[in-house]
Design a protein around this ligand. Structure first.
Ligand code: TPP
Ligand code: MG
Length: 335
């Protein structure tokens, strides 16, 4: 494995590094388990795995504080786990069971947690971008210093509503970090084939929004960029764009055989840049952890993931009567 230079800041302790390792590993093992359950027919419908991109969400969560909000596309399980949602509830939702975050009626793309300030899970490409600006507007209106992390893909970055949102967010100086997860593909279309100007982080220039490209496979580089962006937002200077250069190892969704790229391309990136291997290497070579300690963490994570699968399997399917509930919001009479 090639050693990469990392822009580690002195404020990262060995304990922090271990926590990032643990959080990224939880996402990866959870997603691998979801892939298995899908293969066994226990998960149906759409299921978009995040494997390969874990450093993005874990690094940014390290720059967030309580009260900050987040929302993303359909590739959302990693974001839920990283903000502290319960793996049992997420796995049960994936398998369509009563114990899931949406009582088994939403599935992979439709989960939400007011407690963890996670606002979905959105199946329509870029639909979450204006919603993210709306959440940021609500915090600005209330006068607190919360920030909203609005994640979207390189493909979504070509949607018109993104630029309408950029305009409003810049005009009103909304505290929103636009996180473009550039995994180089939008379904089977590579960025080269779909995008006229590949430097997506420069797309805010027309609106006066600063932006930068970040090594999204390096959790410390992500965290450092996140801290800068968040400080900008909290200081009342308006939105910030972070283009995270990353890569997804699996197909677009579970039904994608990924014939538009070679196995060698995926293998090369895995070997050269894998975000979990990178932190593992830093922990070992920096003598912050022993092989045995890391094995112990692996074991703990496996146990959490296996327990989530067991919880999901044991949770019943929703009762038929649930077809008629949770359709409209309960609006209090006085509203
Ligand atoms: C408005 C809309 N158009 C098309 C689709 C079909 N679709 C689903 S995902 C996707 C590609 C998005 O790629 P990207 O934004 O790069 O995100 P990634 O899947 O790589 O995370 C498309 C075209 C959709 N869901 N919504
Ligand atoms: Mg993409």
């Amino acid at each position: 494995m090639a050693t990469r230079k990392t822009k580690a800041k002195s404020n990262t302790s060995a304990e922090d590094l271990k926590a990032y390792y643990r959080d990224m590993l939880l996402i990866r093992r959870f997603e691998e388990k979801a892939g298995q359950l899908y293969g066994m027919g226990l998960i149906g419908g759409f299921c978009h795995l995040y494997i390969g991109q874990e450093a993005v969400v874990v690094g940014l969560e390290a720059s967030a504080k309580e009260g900050d909000k987040r929302l993303t596309s359909y590739r959302d399980h990693g974001h839920m786990l990283a903000c502290g949602m319960d793996p049992n509830g997420v796995m049960a939702e994936l398998t369509g069971r009563e114990g899931g975050y949406s009582k088994g009626k939403g599935g992979s793309m439709h989960m939400f947690s007011a407690e963890k300030h996670f606002y979905g899970g959105h199946g329509i490409v870029a639909a979450q971008v204006p919603l993210g600006a709306g959440l940021a507007f609500s915090d600005q209106y209330k006068g607190n210093d919360n920030v909203t992390f609005t994640y979207f893909g390189d493909g979504a970055a070509n949607q018109g509503q993104v630029y309408e949102t950029f305009n409003m967010a810049a005009l009103w100086k909304l505290p929103v970090v636009f996180v473009i997860e550039n995994n180089q593909y939008a379904m089977g279309t590579s960025q080269q084939r779909s995008t006229s100007s590949p430097d997506i982080h420069t797309r805010g220039i027309a609106f006066g929004i600063p932006g930068e490209a970040v090594d999204g496979m390096d959790v410390l580089a992500v965290k450092e960029a996140g801290e800068k962006a968040v400080a900008h937002c909290r200081a009342g200077k308006g939105p910030y764009i972070l283009e995270m250069m990353t890569y997804r190892y699996r197909g677009h969704s579970m039904s994608d055989p990924a014939k538009y790229r070679t196995r060698e391309e995926v293998q090369k990136i895995r070997e050269k840049s894998d975000c979990i291997e990178h932190v593992r290497e830093m922990l070992i070579t920096g003598k912050h952890a022993t092989e045995d300690e890391l094995k112990e963490i692996d074991k703990e994570i496996k146990a959490v993931v296996n327990a989530s699968a067991e919880f999901a399997k044991e949770s019943p399917e929703p009762d038929l009567s649930e077809l008629w509930t949770d359709i409209y919001a309960d609006i209090p009479q006085e509203a």
